[in-house]
Design a protein around this ligand. Structure first.
Ligand code: ATP
Ligand code: MN
Length: 463
């Protein structure tokens, strides 16, 4: 007998099939007419499959009538057209096999509603809830869309290292990787002697694959990395994780505006793939989580992103009459309240801010002719704020070296990065997109901890 997913079984085209489905019981209801309704979910779709379990089943009294939320089953039967509303099909069971019971008194998800905070304590069970099932499918769709987009555009996927010795952006924000015994650290001249550590020098978990990505872009043309990144910043916000997934395309011969165009097309592609492939899940988010999410995505796909130089953004913020907690003046790093004003009040949609002050941006961003700004760009969206940060990279050896010194970095530590500028340098650009920030934006989930399977945040790494 054909084993099919519940998603396939719910399709009207499945009517008439004899099939076998496998999953977990969501509910059981006994009819007075002497049979039971079971709602089964297997993760393949938000909607459950309704199963009619007739009293003739050999284990009807002994097992079927004891089934409840959380029990696992294999059910064979025939798919019929359903008279019920909201479902095209139902399964008339000819055999029900129970794999595992779940004690109704103890099973935590027995009760219908739990807060997302509470569900975080049950990271092993929360994928069985409607919301996390939907998040999981959307996250998967975004991941597929990212690969499809870049592969179709001729980008090569590069696996950059997770353990790194360069700490360019991460000063003070990196997790150390070490095999030294913390109870018994080798010392030299009063300091820990990392020469005796595994790699013979201090090493860390990567905060970005960009610098290594540039190496490959400067040979292969267009590349992207997609991997986990780690930041030990102690920010307990709804938009920061200590471990998150980042997509970083890097393109030779792209200037900042090519970079913006790519970023915009890329985001629109993700949104349209999700609307197409996960419509049922999106309707769920729209109904239960954030009633603006579908309208927002549709509007964004149909309009152009605003492109706004930082200096003009500052002028807008200074003269808008809004009372901000952090005062605005040229040179500041924008706070989330400023970003939200621009995307939610002023432009009502995504804004690409660019040409930021050189003092607040990393050494590798290309210095503009004005000498005081760099070719940086951030893509800001309503509610979430920054989802993409990128730049045109500094391709001039002398300027790059000068910028390193200005930021108290030792050029000798980056000899390989500098050599990319010494041998056949090219203008090039790239950006980083935080996977969880996009999923958060798309679904409308308020907290980033609820869009990643196992969130790592300060004080939390239970699962
Ligand atoms: P923010 O200002 O929001 O802290 P950032 O400027 O430090 O972000 P970048 O270094 O530009 O971030 O990283 C590129 C992208 O990675 C960001 O645009 C964002 O989407 C994502 N990102 C950065 N830090 C985090 C984090 N701690 N948790 C989740 N996503 C993150
Ligand atoms: Mn950034």
């Amino acid at each position: 007998m054909d084993r099919i997913s519940i998603k396939a079984a719910r399709d009207a085209a499945a009517v008439g099939k004899h099939a076998c489905i496998q999953g977990w019981v969501r509910t059981r209801r006994d009819s007075k007419a002497g049979f039971s309704f079971l709602e089964i979910n297997d993760g393949s779709s938000l909607g459950n499959l309704q199963v009619i379990a007739p009293a003739e089943l050999s284990n009807y009294e002994s097992e079927v009538k004891r089934l409840g939320s959380g029990c696992s089953v294999t059910i064979e039967g025939e798919l019929k057209e359903s008279g019920g509303k909201g479902q095209a099909t139902e399964l008339l069971a000819s055999a029900v096999q129970v794999h595992g019971w779940a004690d109704a008194e103890e099973y935590p998800l027995q009760k219908k509603r739990h807060t997302f905070e509470k569900l975080r304590e049950w990271a092993h069970l929360r994928p069985r809830t409607n919301t996390f099932g939907a998040v999981t499918r959307v996250r998967n769709c975004v991941t597929r869309s990212i690969h499809n987009f870049f592969q179709e555009e001729g980008f090569l996927n590069i696996h950059t290292p997770i353990i790194t010795a360069s700490d360019c952006e991460g000063a003070g924000q990196m997790f150390r990787v070490s095999t030294l015994d913390p109870q018994n650290l080798p010392k030299k001249d009063g300091h820990v002697d990392y020469a005796l550590d595994f790699f013979g020098k201090p090493t860390y978990l990567t905060v970005s694959g960009q610098l290594e990505g540039e190496i490959f872009a400067c040979a292969m043309g267009k590349i992207y990395t997609f991997g986990p990144t780690f930041r030990a910043e102690n920010s307990n916000t709804s938009r920061h994780l200590a471990e998150f997934w980042m997509v970083e395309p890097e393109m030779a011969f792209y200037d900042l505006f090519d970079n913006m165009t790519l970023a915009e097309r890329f985001l629109k592609r993700i949104f349209s793939d999700v609307m197409e492939d996960c419509l049922e899940d999106m309707q769920f988010f729209d109904e239960h989580i954030d009633s603006t999410t579908i309208a927002t995505l549709s509007q964004i796909m149909a309009s152009d992103f605003v492109r706004l130089p930082y200096t003009e953004a500052i002028e807008i913020l200074e003269s808008c009459g809004e009372k901000f907690e952090y005062p605005v003046k040229w040179g500041i790093d924008l706070q989330s309240e400023h970003e939200r004003y621009l995307t939610e009040q002023k432009f009502k949609g995504p804004v690409i801010l660019y040409d930021y002050p050189r003092a607040i941006k990393p050494f590798y961003m290309r210095v503009n002719d004005d000498g005081r700004t760099v070719r940086a760009m951030d893509v800001l969206v309503p509610k979430v704020g920054e989802i993409i940060g990128g730049s045109q990279r500094e391709e001039r050896l002398d300027v790059l070296t000068e910028r390193m010194i200005e930021q108290h970095l030792n050029p000798a530590d980056y000899w390989w990065y500098l050599e990319l500028r010494k041998y056949g340098t090219v203008p090039h650009s790239g950006f980083g997109l935080g996977l969880e920030r996009v999923v958060q934006f798309i679904t409308g989930m308020a907290n980033i901890r609820d869009v990643i399977p196992f969130p790592r945040t300060p004080g939390n790494a239970e699962f």
